[in-house]
Each structure stands twice: as C-alpha cells, then as structure tokens.
Design a protein around this ligand. Structure first.
Ligand code: TXA
Ligand code: MG
Length: 305
C-alpha cells in the first residue's frame, strides 16, 4: 500500500507531485497551489471539471494576507473560528492583483476559498512548505468524499497517502463567502448558520448559486447505488442506514442519536454499504438541526438523479 510518512509527503509536494493528506473533515488531494503543473495533476486524477476551483489550505492567517484582501471583519472571523474554536470553515475572499496562486486552481475566478485545516499532520506538512496547498476532497469527481486512507486508495488508485486514521468531523468544511464583509453560506458543514449569527446577518446561498459555488453541482456526493431518505423500514435488497433507535439497521450512524457522531460516520458507512450486494440504500430520517442540516444537504444531493 502506498502509505507514506509526512516527511516523504513534504518531499513529494516540493517536487510538484500530489499526495493525499488527512484533514479533520475529509482526506484532501494536495498539491502546490502556486504551480499549474502540480495543480493539473489534481484535476486529472480526480477527473474534475476545470471550471470548479479548489480550496487553498494554509497554516496561518498571515499567509492569506499576502495574497488576499483580509478586512478587519475577516480577521475577526478567522481568529474566532480557525484559531480559537479549531472549526472547519473555508472563507471566500477577494484576491490581490499580484497573487502567486495557480490560475488553474482558481478556475479563473478573482476570489479564493481559503481554509486552515484543524489536523496536526496537515498543519505540520503546511508548516514545512514554502507554498500553500490546493486540496479538493480526495475522491473521483461526483463520488463520495473519503474519510479513511483505504477509501482514498479505492477511489483514486495507487497514489501516495499519509494515513491519519479516520477523519473526526467527516463532512467537508462550511464555505462562507465574506468577499464584501457580508456573510453568505455557500456550503453547509459543521459550522452552522447559528454559529455565525452572533457576527452579523447570514445569507444562505447553498441551493443553486451557480456562479459563486461552481462545485455545488446537485449530484455531488453520490454512492453508486440509489439512495433514499426518510426510510424507516427495510425493503428487499435495501441496506438500511439507521439513526437513533433502529433495530433493523445494517449500520447505524449514531445509536444514541448524536448528530456529530452521525456526521463523522456518514461517508464511511455509505462507502461500506455501497460495496455490498444491496441494490439501494435507505436512510432513517435525520433531524434537520445543527450539523443535521449539513448531513441532510449531502443526502439530498446523493438522491438527485
Ligand atoms: O473540508 C474541505 O473543505 C475539504 C478538505 C480536503 O479541505 N475540501 C473540499 O474541497 O471539500 P472540494 O474541492 O471537494 O470542494 C471545494 C468547494 C467546491 O464546491 C468549489 O466550487 C468551492 O469549494 N470553491 C472553491 N473556490 C471557490 C470560490 N472562490 N468561490 C466559491 N466557491 C469556491
Ligand atoms: Mg469534493
């Protein structure tokens, strides 16, 4: 298995190669964000449409200030969510004219999505590099994100992976557009609307804002077999994914009904049920509150044909 150490990952990344690295949300497929040549390898491996920009990963707010406009309000949010709360959130900012980032990674936009991953291995790697990392989720485009090293290998083949165990959060980061100091959620994640409200008015734009979040194609997080939501009872050949008390479930996202636990298990369990002799996956109703909203968002997308 092509599992490599963080030290070797740093060498590969310096040589403009791609490496899958663990983050607290999902595994990322990382490459030098300032190199078109390195970034092109990400798009090729993932089979990703080139109009879909990548999130740029950094270890510090100072790095972002070098090439993006960072207002007082942006700094306040970054300090609060990245540094104090270690939360999983990406911010969309306006780029400065002379930024060093690969235009391919930005898909031609004048804005950039930045994120400080809350994972010791990812931060250690970033701290040893002189450039930021472009890193989409480490999976074939339009398939499930990966939360374990062996999911990555199954989805992308024999690529170098740094194994950091299971991702704690399990859902991709919340994406918040703050380009004009107004908050607009482009993708739901573990950071919710309620977490952001104390900082001002929050708009929700994750249902079909095509220009702002080009990657939010409807069918995006799909297993290979059909998925149905709000299913209480198993049908023939159906895999039942439970939540809370559900004795007939094949797997249970959280027997105690804990939404954070359910988020962390979601992609892992969908991967497992997608690889058996089942013909569909039915999922118990998930309460639409807190991180449950992000779980239902991913499930909704997986249902769209
Ligand atoms: O948790 C995460 O965010 C993971 C880990 C690996 O960090 N990354 C991830 O990347 O989910 P990806 O490429 O699968 O999703 C990135 C999303 C896409 O929907 C893309 O369209 C959006 O971010 N995006 C990137 N740059 C953007 C920008 N300038 N404006 C709006 N949306 C942007
Ligand atoms: Mg993705």
């Amino acid at each position: 298995m092509p599992i490599i150490t963080p030290e070797l990952a740093i060498e590969y990344l310096e040589k403009k190669n791609v490496v899958s690295i663990p983050t607290e949300t999902v595994y990322g497929l990382a490459a030098d964000a300032t190199s078109d040549q390195a970034v092109a390898k990400i798009y090729a491996l993932k089979n990703r449409p080139q109009f879909n920009p990548l999130i740029i990963h950094v270890a510090s707010i100072e790095t972002v200030q070098e090439w993006a406009y960072v207002s007082k309000f942006s700094i306040e949010l970054m300090e609060e969510f990245w540094i104090k709360r270690h939360a999983s959130i990406s911010f969309v900012l306006q780029l400065k004219n002379n930024h060093p980032l690969s235009l391919l990674a930005l898909a031609g936009l004048e804005t950039v999505a930045v994120r400080r991953p809350n994972h010791p291995i990812a931060l250690n790697i970033l701290n040893h590099l002189s450039f930021p990392l472009a890193a989409p989720s480490a999976n074939q485009s339009n398939t499930l994100s990966t939360t374990k090293a062996d999911h990555v290998l199954k989805s992308l083949g024999d690529i170098p992976v740094v194994d950091g165990g299971i991702c704690e959060v399990g859902l991709e980061s919340t994406i918040l557009d703050i380009t004009n100091d107004e908050m607009k959620i482009l993708r739901l994640g573990a950071v919710t609307e309620n977490d952001l409200k104390p900082f001002g008015k929050v708009q929700l734009a994750y249902h079909g804002d095509a220009i702002k979040a080009p990657g939010m194609l409807k069918r995006h997080y799909a297993p290979k077999i059909p998925l149905r939501m709000n299913i209480l009872e198993k049908e023939p050949k159906m895999a039942l994914l439970g939540f809370g008390d559900c004795p007939g479930a094949d797997l249970n996202l959280s027997i105690s009904g804990n939404l954070n636990e359910a988020a962390a298990n979601l992609f892992n369990y969908l991967h497992q049920l997608d690889n058996t002799s089942f013909s569909s996956i039915g999922v118990n109703p998930i309460p639409n509150e807190g991180v449950g909203q992000a779980i239902n968002d991913r499930l909704n997308r997986a249902c769209e044909g």
